[in-house]
Design a protein around this ligand. Structure first.
Ligand code: ATP
Ligand code: MG
Length: 430
């Protein structure tokens, strides 16, 4: 029997994991500057958390969820996205309470699960870094969240990306637009895809998001939601555009963009990158928007919210394609070459001591000959190589070579144990 990972999943091997940690650390630092704090929620939730929030006509809910009944017959779903769980936690833990400083700004990072057709940048288990901010309707917050996403991509060395925005308005807007859209699409009912036929009356905005080529042709001439914005919605959107301009953030308005989840309103946005690794067209790396109403939908008090989710796999593909700088793995500080079995115990003491002082250290574990131990030390780019044989052991010393200068000297073991950082730390400065 040959074991293989499930379709649409990936192993992240050590070399690539370095890039993952790097991305996560850059994100954490940036989010901290914007005063977002981390939240960790379960990887699975009750089915209703997602069906209620993402909308029961969305692709995610109708086709892509990994859901099952557990041994206690609970309907469980592996989270397909991060927002619903964070909103559930926000409500359940009463983070809307008076003791919380508003807005409550949160971020998360972790795996998401969607049953999709795997392809480049599209997996069944993938990872998102996301942010959510609760409790403010200010357009400033919309712009900050967008700007934070743009900053993150820039900091990670991504080039050729653009910001696309739209407004989905408020309830009043949606009601007026819904009617106009149905009126436009109804005469074309027979030409619509089965999915879109099904959605036309239940949720016509979903038709705008159809992946079907023929649907896309039809919706190209559909009325624009921007012509139906209520006064309040228009005001909000105009302010967002104005503020983006003030920050010199270029953007395009795409009035047919609706996003794949039902909970959005007012500002929605996607940050798209153009690179042939991800196919011919523009590919969305980061996407989000406002979701005033979602907190209430999940049982909380009326609380506005806004956030985004960023796909880490797509981001990495882009970084690799665009040769974005990644940190190098740290070189080894000290390698200890042991000559003769009698020295093994002392070697172990040395590496342990060096590690205790906060440096990295390694030794041979495979009974290799000295020559091959030296070779290993070279391959690992050791900055200092210590050698200990029976003679040295008897004299309680080691031979120590600083590789950068080639300087060799005998050092008392006592000095290694008591004064290593003072004597040799300068050769190991990062
Ligand atoms: P798409 O239209 O590409 O399916 P989406 O609208 O379903 O995207 P969102 O739910 O907004 O995507 O998720 C935000 C980001 O998460 C996407 O922009 C993308 O970078 C990433 N993402 C979504 N689904 C996947 C997946 N199956 N594999 C890898 N990354 C994904
Ligand atoms: Mg999708």
């Amino acid at each position: 029997m040959k074991y293989q990972r499930p379709k649409g999943t990936a192993d992240i091997l050590p070399e690539e994991a370095v890039a993952w940690s790097y991305i996560e650390n850059v994100a954490k630092k940036l989010f901290a500057n914007y005063r977002f704090n981390e939240i960790r929620t379960p990887m699975f939730e009750n089915f209703e958390v997602f069906s209620r929030s993402a909308g029961d006509t969305s692709d995610i809910v109708t086709k892509e969820m990994y859901d099952f009944h557990d041994k206690g017959d609970r309907h469980i779903t592996l989270r397909p996205e991060g927002t619903a769980g964070v909103v559930r936690a926000f409500v359940e833990n009463k983070l809307y309470g008076p003791e919380q400083i508003k807005p409550v700004k949160l971020y998360y990072m972790g795996p998401m699960f969607r049953y999709e057709r795997p392809q480049s940048g599209r997996l069944r288990e993938f990872h998102q870094i996301g942010v959510e901010a609760f409790g403010s309707e200010s357009p400033n917050l919309d712009v900050e969240v967008i700007s934070m996403g743009m900053h993150l991509l820039k900091k990670l060395g991504i080039q050729n990306f653009k910001l696309v925005i739209n407004s989905l308005g408020d309830k009043e807007t949606r009601k007026a637009y819904r009617e106009a859209l149905i009126a436009y699409l109804e005469p074309h009912f027979d030409e619509l895809s089965d999915d879109s036929k099904e959605r036309l009356h239940r949720n016509p905005l979903r038709v705008l998001d159809s992946k079907d080529k023929n649907d896309q042709k039809l919706v190209a001439n559909a009325p624009s939601i921007l012509d139906y914005l209520s006064d309040d919605s228009k005001q909000h959107f105009e302010t967002v555009k104005q503020l983006l301009g003030d920050l010199n953030i270029p953007y395009e308005v795409e009035s047919s963009m609706v996003r794949g989840l039902d909970y959005y309103n007012h500002t929605i946005f996607e940050i798209m990158a153009h690179d042939k690794v991800l196919g011919d067209g523009d590919v969305t790396v980061c996407a989000g928007g406002r979701y005033n109403g979602l907190v209430e939908e999940l049982g909380g008090p009326e609380t506005p919210g806004i956030g985004f989710g960023l796909g880490v796999e797509r981001l990495l593909l882009l970084m690799q394609a665009q040769n974005a700088a990644l940190p190098k793995t740290n070189d080894l500080d000290v390698y200890v070459v042991a000559i003769g079995d009698e020295t093994k115990a002392e070697t172990l003491k040395i590496v342990e001591k060096v590690r205790e002082y906060g440096f990295s250290a390694d030794q041979d574990y495979l009974n290799r000959k000295p020559k091959s131990q030296f070779k290993t030390a070279n391959r690992l780019n050791a900055k200092i190589v210590m050698t200990i044989g029976n003679d040295e052991l008897a004299k309680q010393v080691v031979n120590l070579k600083v590789m950068a200068t080639g300087d060799e000297q005998q050092v008392k073991l006592e000095d290694v144990y008591k004064n290593f950082p003072k004597l040799f730390g300068k050769f190991l400065e990062k």
